[in-house]
Design a protein around this ligand. Structure first.
Ligand code: GLY
Length: 586
């Protein structure tokens, strides 16, 4: 262990004041830049509002949505039923990421140990083409990430419908109805919800999105905390979904309204694109890490492959002996991240279009080869001549559910940016994603600024854009251990990695595992982003090895469930990084 890391041990015995004071002194003495990582952690296990239960648990980004899912479990629904109801409720109560205008993934582990994955990622419309984000010969980030061309064909309704047809128990109407009621009757806005709607109002005003102003503000004035937010157009759309299932969205009135919205704003999605959308059932990625089975999302997510690749690399090191979040520990973590993110950019994309070498990337041999390129004391260099990755957006949401039989569901779904494109479908009351921004911007365009132009993940008709969403389930000896996931763009994969390491290697309780500060490295840009809470000595030691460490702000908002191996008690842990998140046990 590096001498400067000895203080890391203090954290384990709760001597935070001493550590913070000494770190602050050192911080001033060495005159670190404004971007330097703050030594005091933002969260501790005591700031986590966890809940315990035996019969079922829902943890999501919204207390109302968690309660909707919990009520479905109490009414005899299984975890898939509860996930469907929670997903629709989040589209009402948490519209910055909860959605019917976006897409995502559902990972299911059945009580007998089998697992499956549902892919309802958005798809590019038929009119898409690799150069579609180029204006007058120049790549245009605004075209890529804003406006009607940034919208992918939504997948959420088709995905939840498919999940219900394959694995649901309760009637579909029972699962959609609570969301219809929440939209129709309205609900009191929390401070966080009002604040995020105020930001949306400002953005919609700037871009002239009148339907968004009508749906999410009071005649253009932001709602205040405690005011009731009613969404009558959304209630009617959800009503059509309740009665017509997928057809209530992809055909008829809702499809007509989406098509009109696209034509008005110069978007590419047509009614034919909507009618052709299908969700896919896929085989999960499976890995084994120190005796734990790791089940995660396959492509078109990069999450499962990258997670297993990193775990395979790290299994070759005695991480516990290094000390949690010590410089040595973080060095190996970052080097594993660097290598997995390079592979992500080179190889990963929609498996229906591109041949993705999943077996090779998740093999022990590949991990061995990568591990042997890691110097124990020196940072590797990410070359700009290799693939460059743009930082991902962080607005996605994750919820975890376990039912009384031990069926576990992990759902991560997204609009991409906060409130996606911020475009509300006029007359239909819901926001559309800007997921086309997850395709690479332009063939061959790879710059230090953070653009990537590798071939596999280019916009092509019908292709699903690469994702980082990593809904993940841990099991051991045939028993469920944990349900994990988080929002956070590309940081998602690294947050889930650190949750696994905290639980498996460091045997932390669930609350501590979520509260601990996280780091992120994504090959390029070649920086280690850290949450507040790394000791200054650790940062200095990393810098001496050649790493550049900066304050990355808050990383992720994980909502997890951990099962107590003795007795099966469920602990639902909402991430304190989102004060609106809540666990609801039954
Ligand atoms: N839009 C974030 C992701 O899919 O990774």
């Amino acid at each position: 262990m590096h001498l400067l890391d000895v203080r890391a041990g203090f954290r384990l015995v709760g001597a935070w004041l001493l550590v913070a004071a000494s770190s602050a002194l050192l911080f001033c003495a060495v005159g670190v830049s404004a971007q330097a990582v703050r030594a005091v952690p933002a969260y501790t296990r005591d700031s986590v509002p966890s809940a315990s239960s035996r019969n079922g648990m829902v943890v999501s980004a919204s207390a109302l949505a968690s309660a909707v899912g919990r009520d479905v479990l109490a009414a005899g629904g299984n975890a898939v039923d509860a996930a469907i109801a929670t997903g629709f409720a989040l589209a009402v109560t948490s519209p910055r990421a909860g959605n019917i205008g976006g897409g995502g993934f559902m990972l299911i582990r059945f009580p007998d140990g089998r697992s499956t994955a549902l892919d309802f990622r958005e798809r590019a419309p038929q009119g898409a083409f690799p150069e579609m984000f180029v204006r007058q010969g120049t790549y245009d980030p605004d075209l890529h990430h804003q406006g009607h061309r940034s919208v992918g064909v939504p997948g959420t309704v088709a995905g939840l419908d498919k999940a219900h047809r394959l694995y649901g128990n309760l009637p579909w109407e029972r699962l959609v109805y609570p969301a219809v009621r929440l939209a129709e009757d309205g609900f009191e806005l929390t401070e966080g919800q009002a604040r995020s709607l105020a930001r949306l109002t400002e953005r919609a005003r700037r871009r002239g999105y009148d339907a968004t102003l009508r749906a999410y503000s009071r005649d253009g004035a932001p709602y205040l905390p405690g005011e009731v937010h009613r969404q009558r157009d959304l209630a009617r759309t959800l009503g059509r979904v309740m009665l017509g299932r997928s057809d209530g969205f992809y055909r008829g009135e809702t499809a007509r309204l989406i098509g009109e919205e696209m034509r008005r704003g110069g978007g590419l999605i047509t009614e034919v694109d909507l009618a052709r959308y299908t969700a896919r059932e896929r085989t999960p990625i499976r890995g084994f890490y120190r005796g734990f089975e790791v089940i995660s999302m396959p492509p078109p997510s990069s999450g499962g492959v990258a997670l297993v690749e990193m775990l395979n690399i790290l299994e070759g090191f005695d991480l516990v002996s290094f000390g949690h979040n010590s410089s040595r520990y973080l060095h190996f973590l970052v080097e594993a991240m660097r290598r997995a993110f390079r592979d992500r950019a080179r190889f990963l994309a929609d498996p229906d279009v591109v041949d993705v070498p999943v077996q090779r990337l998740t093999s022990a041999q590949h991990a061995f080869e990568l591990r042997s390129t890691i110097h124990p004391l020196r940072a590797s260099v990410s070359s700009p001549n290799d693939v460059i990755e743009a930082p991902g957006n962080g607005e996605t949401t994750h919820f975890s559910i376990v039912d009384r039989d031990g069926m576990a569901v992990a759902v991560t779904y997204t609009l991409e940016a906060s409130f996606g494109s911020a475009i509300t479908v006029a007359g239909a009351g819901f926001i559309l994603n800007n997921e086309m921004g997850d395709f690479n911007g332009r063939p061959g365009l790879t710059e230090e600024s953070g653009l990537v132009g590798t071939t596999p993940n280019l916009a092509r008709p019908g292709q699903r854009m690469l994702s980082s969403m990593t809904p993940t389930i841990l099991a051991r000896n045939g028993g469920l251990v944990a349900v994990l996931g988080t929002p956070g763009g590309r940081t998602i994969i690294n947050t889930v990695l650190q949750l696994v390491l905290n639980l498996v290697d460091f045997e932390m309780d669930a609350e501590t595992a979520v509260a601990e500060p996280r780091v992120h490295h994504q090959w390029l840009p070649d920086v280690v982003e850290s949450e507040p809470g790394l000791l200054q000595g650790t940062v200095t030691a990393l810098e001496e090895m050649g790493h550049r460490v900066v304050d990355g702000g808050t990383q992720g908002r994980a909502n997890i469930i951990v099962v107590n191996p003795a007795g099966g008690q469920l602990t639902g842990v909402p991430d304190p990084r989102n004060p609106d998140a809540a666990a609801a046990g039954h």
